[in-house]
Design a protein around this ligand. Structure first.
Ligand SMILES: Cc1cc2nc3c(=O)[nH]c(=O)nc-3n(C[C@H](O)[C@H](O)[C@H](O)COP(=O)(O)OP(=O)(O)OC[C@H]3O[C@@H](n4cnc5c(N)ncnc54)[C@H](O)[C@@H]3O)c2cc1C
Length: 424
């Protein structure tokens, strides 16, 4: 695949830069650089308005396999160009990415025309925000252990959902949640689950309790459903596992490249911090070597992502293997290396980003420990950790969410290398 930028991309670049410069004014100028993982508490209101601004500009849903919902479709290189310009101007961290990148492509693949017509415009306009209700206290890596149940009410034909979800990112800001729940009483593992769409604004039936993280902020939550009404079932009833796995597979693709644009900016900051330290006579050859290695690994990840994208021919098929989280739709007609590719990518970027967080504070030395105590009851959420401290703390999560390192290694061991399963 040719991944160089052509004349059309350069034209788009000019247009994207002009649009962003024209719109990042007034209240949005204050939101420049705010938000993103570890900083979701920053400027939540203004970033929500910014999401609608992006929607009016048609910038949401560039990578969808369908248009006509208010989204402008762009080529892969076009999406990268947009992301580069977005990062260069430090435009506000997106609040609608779960709906845009996870739910919408799933609806396009599995939803009915009515469901697409109902939900895609709200995502494309930035009006409706979504969260992901998969994990439960006893169902994380082993997602098939889900216990949240949904029972169809014969009176109105709608499902009533009861159970608990956990680690639900941005549930406190979301209008809707896609929930994986057991709709066949007595069913086991990945059978009998359905993929439901639940409105969050159901007082007394949906309760969101923030979980405070060690960074002091609260980006994920516990969500309790007590007879909450599910508006829709996506895909066939009882076939929610297929839909859920297909959604997990979407976490790769062009978003990996876009993510690397953010990583590169963070690495630049750490390099600049080291350069300042070295200039004051406190250079450290061991640290210097690790920084160089970090840079080289990012280049390798970029080439890897380009290669994977070049091999991609649209969204992958759904899984259904009953495997653990992170299986990413494995089971389709792809070869073993292809099955392992998302796991390799997750292992690489998760570990890389965590090491960058460590380097960020090591480069700063003792100064990185300055500031308030990390966690203390009663201390307000926004207590002023700086960017490097937040990077260090938040990147501890990178090797957990989206399928932990151990789970990715299990997938590679069992599905790619053909090693025997570990006793459970
Ligand atoms: C920042 C963040 C945001 C998140 N956002 C969401 C969200 O929006 N929605 C959502 O549904 N979930 C979300 N999650 C949850 C995430 O998907 C789970 O944390 C993850 O799947 C791991 O599950 P768990 O936490 O239950 O850990 P467990 O599954 O209990 O694992 C605990 C430890 O045991 C290891 N382990 C488990 N099984 C095996 C095995 N078979 N072999 C070897 N080792 C094993 C794991 O690797 C881990 O180290 C988020 C998590 C984080 C950290």
């Amino acid at each position: 695949m040719d991944f160089s930028f052509g004349a059309e991309d350069e034209e788009l670049r000019g247009h994207a830069r002009a649009w962003l410069s024209e719109h990042l004014v007034g209240p949005y100028a204050q939101a420049v650089g705010l938000g993103g993982p570890g900083s979701e508490h920053e400027g939540a209101e203004v970033r929500r308005a910014w999401e609608r601004e992006l929607g009016r500009g048609g910038w949401i849903g560039q990578g969808w396999e369908a248009d006509g919902w208010g989204n402008r479709r762009l080529s892969l290189t076009g999406q990268v160009v947009w992301a580069e310009e977005y990062a260069a101007l430090r435009a506000p961290g997106r609040v609608g990415h779960i709906g845009e990148n996870l739910l919408a492509p799933t609806l396009i693949a599995h939803g009915s025309p009515e469901q697409q017509g109902r939900f895609l415009p709200g995502i494309a306009s930035g009006e409706e925000l979504w969260c992901q209700g998969y994990s439960e206290p006893d169902a994380g890596s082993d997602l098939a252990g889900i216990r949240t149940a949904a029972v169809r009410d014969p009176a109105d034909g709608l499902y009533r959902v009861t159970g608990q979800k956990i680690w639900t990112s941005l549930a406190h800001d979301a209008d809707w949640c896609f929930v994986l729940a057991r709709t066949e009483p007595g069913s086991r593992r990945h059978r009998g689950l359905s993929f439901l769409l639940v409105r969050m604004d159901q007082p007394g039936r949906v309760e969101v309790r923030p979980i405070r993280q060690m960074s002091g902020t609260s980006e994920f939550n516990e969500v309790f459903f007590d007879g909450a009404v599910a508006a829709e079932v996506v895909g066939a009833e009882g076939d929610g596992w297929t839909v859920a796995m297909s959604l997990l597979a979407l976490e790769r693709g062009v978003s990996t490249l876009v993510q690397q644009i953010g990583f590169a900016a963070e690495l630049e900051r750490v390099l600049a911090s080291y350069a300042a330290r070295a200039a004051s006579g406190a250079g450290d050859p061991a640290l210097r070597e690790r920084l160089v290695r970090q840079w080289a690994e990012l280049r390798t990840m970029r080439w890897n992502a380009l290669r994977t994208l070049g091999a991609a021919d649209g969204p992958s098929g759904a899984g259904g293997s009953g495997g653990p989280r992170g299986a990413g739709g494995a089971g389709g007609p792809r070869d073993a290396v292809d099955v392992g590719a998302p796991s390799v990518a997750k292992l690489l970027w998760g570990g890389w980003h965590r090491r960058l967080g460590e380097l960020a504070v090591e480069v700063r030395g003792a100064a990185a420990t300055a500031g308030p105590a990390l966690w203390a009851p009663g201390v307000p959420y926004e207590y002023g950790l700086d960017e490097e401290q937040r990077l260090f703390l938040f990147t501890r999560a990178d090797t957990i969410y989206g399928g932990s390192d151990e789970i990715q290694r299990n997938i590679i061991a069992e599905r790619v290398l053909g090693l025997p399963k570990e006793p459970r």
